[in-house]
Design a protein around this ligand. Structure first.
Ligand code: ARG
Length: 466
């Protein structure tokens, strides 16, 4: 039995059902659908469209459906096209004629938009919480790193030494922007579409503001056509998740490189590495590689769904059903990746001797030598050229840089201290730079950022509880 049997004379062809059915994936929305449906029932009673007793009967039927769904005893019927149909059918089986009043004044169009917004706000907040957990791990590792340093790279060439803490926190700040983006997206999507009906509102005395309040939305839709056809929030969520995926992939890539024998900057914990089926000596960074790979999939979801949206006329079109699988998959994959990468990063051992060895090449001090000359009055361009020639001579003639520095009239013995291991890091005193004092201040600000963002998430969660 379909919902539209009154209008269409023949039953739906099997291959149409196969093609259009969404139950397989939208059953994930069951609890959100029940939550929204309870608000709708209250709204019907509030408007006097159904009696208080009828609302109680419907409420009890919804409770029973919830139990059945939660315990796995809910029987899906072959005609259940989607989760809304399944729940409404079951409520009607349980509550008879009263059950048949459930869908009064509502369409699956405003219903699905409501469900998906409820799902998205909760799940995006959950992703934000997991991200904050990852930030916490990064902050801990940064604290443990102390004054250890490694080469900082540009163009994948050694450029200047940086503190390991500074390097780790750089990833941390990217994740903190992801949290911020997610929370802004959640704020924007926290608008109730319920009451828009199929597209035009209702002739019944329903109050969309009341329904919005019942679900803890911050407001109701302004325009019913927009309410049922807008999936900006899905696009935004997919973008947020894709960019977060890109950040994870960049961290993953570095761990892949760092764990190679050539670099040897990190040793992965056995619980977070994998072996090879053939090569007994192998210890592989599969977690980091998959974190790197998932970005492609997440970007695919964003590009795919935005393409689906492009050119869709108002208002609801069945195309919109294609919003769910990419969103569900993106949320699911990001959740898995965050947990695995948190574990990987939290358990890896950094080989700081090796990092420092790589960073201690005399050329690491090149810019410091130039800046030393600048502080003694030489224009920077000239200083750059003086030091550049010294480095070139050192490389070409195989003479240690220290010797050339000492022999240079503008530099001399006094400048030799700049070549000491670690000196280049210690001398970076500017705010936001890699010097230990600046990094300690940065870590404190990062700590504060995490605390503030945790409060923001908490505040959001509380505001949704009607
Ligand atoms: N499964 C549908 C979706 O996800 C629900 C809305 C169906 N509405 C309709 N008019 N056929 O979009």
């Amino acid at each position: 039995m379909t919902l539209w049997e009154g209008r269409l004379g023949r039953s739906t062809a099997e291959e149409v059902m196969d093609f259009t059915v969404s139950l397989e994936f939208d059953r994930l929305l069951a609890m959100d659908d029940l939550f929204g449906t309870r608000a709708h029932v209250k709204g019907l009673a509030h408007a006097g469209v159904i009696e208080k007793e009828e609302a109680s009967v419907l409420g009890a039927a919804l409770d029973r459906v919830e139990e059945e769904l939660a315990s796995g005893s809910f029987d899906f019927a072959p005609g259940d096209e989607d989760i809304h149909t399944a729940i409404e059918r079951r409520v009607t089986e349980i509550a008879g004629d009263t059950g048949a009043k459930l869908h009064t004044g509502r369409s699956r169009n405003d219903q699905i938009a409501t469900d998906l917004r409820l799902y998205a706000r909760r799940e995006l907040a959950r992703v934000a919480t997991r991200l904050l957990d990852l930030e916490e791990i990064i902050l801990r590792r940064a604290g443990e790193a102390g004054d250890a340093y490694l080469p900082g790279y540009t163009h994948m060439q050694r450029a200047q030494p940086v503190l390991l803490a500074h390097h780790l926190l750089a990833h941390g700040w990217a994740f903190s922007r992801d949290v911020d983006r997610l929370l802004h997206s959640v704020d924007r999507l926290n608008v109730s579409p319920l009451g828009a009906g199929a597209l035009a509102g209702s002739s019944l005395p329903l109050d969309p503001d009341f329904a919005a309040g019942e679900m803890g939305f911050s407001s109701r839709f302004e325009n019913s056509l927009d309410a049922v056809s807008d999936r900006d929030f899905v696009c935004e969520a997919l973008f947020d998740l894709a960019l977060l995926g890109i950040h994870l992939s960049r961290l993953g890539e570095e761990l892949v490189i760092w764990s190679s024998e050539e670099f040897g900057f990190v040793v992965l914990d056995d619980a977070y590495a994998t072996g090879s089926s053939m090569l007994p000596q192998k210890k592989n960074p599969d977690v980091a590689e998959l974190a790197r790979a998932k970005a492609g999939r997440l970007l695919g979801h964003l590009a795919g769904f935005m393409t689906t949206m492009k050119g869709l006329p108002l208002a609801y079109n069945r195309d919109l059903q294609e919003d769910k699988e990419p969103l569900f998959d993106a949320i699911g994959q990001v959740g898995l990746a965050l947990a695995a990468m948190g574990g990987l990063l939290g358990s890896s051992s950094f080989v700081t001797e090796r990092m420092q060895q790589a960073a201690d090449g005399p050329a690491a001090a090149a810019v410091d030598l130039a800046e030393w000359l600048v502080m003694r009055g030489m224009p920077f361009r000239q200083a750059h050229s003086v030091v550049g020639s010294l480095v070139r001579s050192s490389v070409e003639r195989g003479v240690p840089l220290a010797e050339l520095v000492q022999a240079h009239p503008a530099l001399g013995a006094e400048a030799l201290g700049l070549l000491e291991p670690g000196s280049a890091v210690l001398r970076r005193t500017t705010a936001g730079g890699t010097g230990p004092v600046a990094v300690a201040a940065q870590a404190a600000r990062f700590r504060h950022r995490i605390d503030v963002d945790r409060e923001r998430v908490q505040h959001a969660l509380e505001s949704w509880t009607p």
